[in-house]
Design a protein around this ligand. Sequence first.
Ligand code: PEP
Ligand code: MG
Length: 746
Amino acid sequence: MDGLPTGLLLVSHSLALAQATEALVRQMTGARLPIALAAGAGPDKAELGTDSLAILEAGEALCACGQIVVLMDIGSAVLSAEMALDLAEEPLKSKLHLAAAPFVEGALAAGVAASAGLPVAAVLAEAAAGLRPKLSALGGQAQNAVPAIQASLTRAVTLGDPNGLHLRPAARCVAIAAGFDATLRLACKGRVAGLESLTGLMALGAKGGDVVTIEASGPQAAQAAEALAAILAEVPAAQPHEPAPQTGAGPVPISPGRVAGRLVVAARHLPPIPDTPDEAPEGGWATLQAAIARVRAHLGEGLILGAQAALLTDPAILAPAKAGIFEHGLHPAAAWHRAIAQAAAGYEALEDAYLRARGRDVREMGDEVLRVLLGGGGLAWPTEPCVLLVEDLSAAEAAALPPEILGVLDRRGGRTSHAAILLRAAGVPCLGGVTFAAPPEAVAFDGATGDLIADPDVQTRAAFAPPRAASAGPASIALPDGTGLEFWANVAGAADAALAARSGAHGIGLARTEMLFLDRLDCPTEEEQAARIGAMLAPFKGRPVTVRLLDAGADKPVPFLHLAPEENPALGVRGVRALLKHPEFCATHLRAVLRAGAAHDLRVMVPMITFPEEMRTLRQWLETACRETGLPCPPLGAMVEVPAAALAIPDLVPVCDFFSIGTNDLTQYTLAAERGNQELAAFADPANEVVIGLCARVVRHAAGRPVSVCGEAAGDERAARKLVAAGIRKLSMGAARLGPIRALWQ
Ligand code: PEP
Ligand code: MG
């Protein structure tokens, strides 16, 4: 791809027809797609006719495009376009491609494909296939192969759902049908669809009250028909069009603070899609399947998202994607993008408004897969102060949050997700599990209590206005037993480090280095790492700083390490495991950390330690880095966040200079509850007794080694009290929590 857009040139006998077609295309693509018209004849183009020179002129108007796809209506329009092509000079000549496609349908399909950024060959193919939805709908050459069967059994069912055979019942039908040894079809109003294709089933256009006939053959025909009939006849209890919250539990407090402001629904953009594959078709296909599996696993089996995720394995999408990889030599992302655009356009061409809207689901799900495939893509940030409504804010996005974002409402989001941690550190209020039937213009909310008010009046807005200045206080205080309690800061970037320094933190208890590089596709050099880590430490000059080595993996994928997709990344190659797999990177990283910390009282900390052997290897590597840089060897400590490490502290004592307990991961692994999963919010209690018990155990067995807590528990009032009672004397937390936690003992 040359990066330049592909434009459409509409050649028609009628100016009115060309204009109306342009309007139709723009409905699908928006205003940005370059389109030019060459239509009508006579001085004001009011007569019917086409003209080669007008086509050339329109072509010139699109000269900024990389390629131009020409759609022609009937008869002489084609001749005029061919003549224009003959007359054209370079570079225009080689940009012009005449599409052998129906005018209106072809323009729509080509417009969708071009605005999706597909290569011109794919745009032409889409245009040529523009008739497919109509053929399918009218029983011509079907869009999706429908299994030919000699039905041994037919069964008529009246569709119970007043909304018809929409996404969720269709997805359930496909899922249930797959479990039977039977060949199955559904027929309705003269149309037929196989049970393996969601797209096909929804294209039946079956409405509530319509009679649908199940046709079945094979050993389990009767059982399969029975199961399908039950789904089809079911009258749903709730209106499925309403976006019901996943748990029904209402908003979940994620980051405290009160805020009021205009609500902006976040939009995510995608990274550029490569034109040429970087691996053989077999590899590309495997990569695509792994990306789909990852998105499906992430979306889970919830009522709404599970049904949407089922779209991803629809043969009507997978088959053209596979063909794109194997037959057209496309990059898996390009093949997938094309298949998604085609399937979505199929929905969007349907008559039924509800089914048309499913095109958006297909695109959304498709984009999720593209983000996994392309490793990134992010939010288009608003430039005016507002509250952001977002779907599952990622850690990278939270790290890059601009100051205009006053607060975040996340449709998903868990309390100890990395995004949540960063928001709390930055003092940005946030609620999770937030759904709106229709997003209001403005909101006011309280990130501590979960109160959420749509379209607040002036008084409410004023009551929720944010007081957000960091208050300074002592770095430590004396407890009644005579011991000192130190308040340290967790930082993820230069801005929150500056805030933490102003708040009087004793030092940096946890510098999350990976947050500096979450969006990097290429590996940062030693200089760059040293500079960025150095900038993060700078506000703490002269004070102790604890730099954690890159904690990549799970919800912090760090694209440049190219970690393979995993079924269960939280239990996978993350933290020290990822570091040990990349000795060269680790050597550079260690040198950069040493250089960044040279002006400080530096300590280095290793994430996700399980075994002493891991620490031994890291210590050897650290010593090598010290020799190479000529810098002194700093204390090396382990994060205790794997239950095995907490239970086997005596084994770690000989190889660790200090310990820092990461209660976020320790909690998720101890309670077997994923930290970012909002449905498991009840498991994410930072003051969980079993986890506090493990912390107490670490203190008891640390043989005098310093022990701190740097998980979110340290910044939670209830948990902090319990941790101090358990013997912890160093609490490290986001800057915004220092004030409230200090206040417990002041
Ligand atoms: C933790 O797990 O508690 C921790 C501090 O590390 P992170 O949140 O970055 O995984
Ligand atoms: Mg952790």
